[in-house]
Design a protein around this ligand. Structure first.
Ligand SMILES: *Cc1c(COP(=O)(O)O)cnc(C)c1O
Length: 405
């Protein structure tokens, strides 16, 4: 029998086609090789698998349900829209799926501390949550601009016992937070584990984070079959680094009739610096230790990016996302700030679910798509997170529309 896609990708050096790899400074080569070796062992260790199953069920609250968005479907007047509810995963987003497993791995490696970057603060909160549960120290690097915009998540991380370190250079957002966290990690690699927040970074992180997130897709496939007696026609997810998208895609990747779409943020326009549509406008390059498609400035450096969703303003995407688009297995959808805000309010007022601004991009794109399709078609959206963190920012900048559209 042919090996499934997931079992045969990436190759043993962490490549998905030409994308991926591990471009590391010399002091990190050995620590990363050790992480890879340990992960390959743990992946098939029944004890590790059992423990992960236990925390998912009894702590995280998995499986999360799929909801049929009946009012939004009626409003759009086309395909039926379904939501995989990662907003109901403990701590309010899909990120805890990989954070619990990463901190478990850190413990198995004998580390006492975890270090990470965060954009909107969601990864920081999820990692601080997992660190508290497993009793490890936690150090989170965050851009100063995001610290102000995402204030509630900063407070949450501190309450959970994490040390939050501001990134004060450049645009002071996600990319700078990654730089800062990496720098801090190098001298601490023997006692700490760098816990990357998406399917990005050097091998083995794109592989590990995908594997840990794939629970979303595997659950969704079974649940959707039970509800509709078929597979969805379209699976849609927003894309920053690409982890929530990879998680839900993983369940359907061998089902060729299911179209998989990652939605990129078009921000406020097409000019470089006004969006973060890395796969749409980017070119091949190495950043943060891996080869992928990225947005570059005129010097070939990672370009400034912008999106209303702080967790998706990253100038690249995970190598597997670049590969899947290149081979034509996935496609890219677009959604700008304005469409995302409209989707944010529509999902809130039609369905009683306040989505994260990142997630609102997937909803905005799916609403456009649904209108072009007949009612016998189905769209499954990965509802990657809840929007409590965004409510102050939204109401200050975009007046609440009159209820009912
Ligand atoms: C972090 C985040 C994202 C973006 O990250 P991906 O790795 O692209 O999934 C999307 N939605 C929410 C709610 C997030 O917190």
């Amino acid at each position: 029998m042919l090996k499934s896609y997931l079992d045969s990708h990436p190759d043993e050096n962490g490549y998905f086609g030409k994308f991926g790899g591990a471009f590391l400074p010399p002091p990190l080569i050995e620590p990363f090789a050790q992480i890879t070796k340990e992960y390959q062992k743990l992946k098939n260790d029944p004890e590790f698998i059992e423990e992960l199953k236990y925390v998912r069920k009894h702590y995280q609250g998995r499986p999360t349900p799929i909801s049929y968005a009946k009012n939004l479907t009626k409003h759009c007047g086309g395909a039926k829209i379904f939501l995989k509810r990662e907003d109901l995963n403990h701590s309010g987003a899909h990120k805890l799926n990989h954070c619990m497993a990463e901190v478990m791995l850190a413990k198995k490696l004998g580390k006492t501390k975890v270090i990470a970057e965060t954009g909107a603060g969601q990864h920081g909160v999820a990692l601080a949550t997992a660190a508290a549960y497993f009793g490890l120290e936690c150090e989170i690097h965050m851009g100063e601009v995001d610290i102000i915009k995402e204030h509630p998540n900063v407070v949450r991380m501190k309450i959970l016992g994490a040390n939050v370190i501001p990134a004060t250079h450049g645009l002071r957002t996600l990319k700078e937070a990654v730089d800062s966290a990496f720098q801090a990690y190098v001298p601490q690699a023997d006692t700490a584990l760098f816990c990357i927040g998406s399917v990005v970074g050097p091998h083995p992180f794109p592989l590990m984070v995908r594997d840990f997130q794939s629970i979303v897709g595997h659950e969704a496939k079974e649940q959707f079959m039970e509800m509709e007696n078929s597979l969805p026609d379209y699976v849609v997810a927003c894309m920053g680094g690409g982890s929530n998208a990879m998680g839900i895609f993983a369940g359907f990747i061998d089902d060729e009739n299911v179209a998989l779409t990652g939605v990129e943020p078009m921000g406020r326009g097409e000019n470089l610096g006004d969006h973060a549509a890395s796969l749409t406008y980017g070119e091949e390059g190495v950043m943060h230790g891996f080869n992928s498609i990225m947005l570059k400035d005129s010097d070939g450096e990672p370009a400034p990016v912008y999106s209303i969703g702080s967790g998706i303003d990253y100038p690249s995407v995970g190598p597997e996302q670049a590969y899947l688009k290149e081979i034509g297995r996935t496609s890219v959808g677009l959604c700008n700030d304005e469409e995302a805000v409209d989707a944010f309010y529509k999902l809130s007022q039609f369905e009683g679910i306040i989505p994260a601004l990142e997630t609102a991009h997937a909803i905005g794109y799916a609403m456009k798509l649904a209108k072009t399709l007949s009612p016998d078609k189905t769209i499954l959206i990965n509802l990657s997170g809840r929007g409590d963190k965004d409510i102050d920012f939204i109401v200050e900048n975009y007046p609440i529309p009159n209820a009912k559209f």
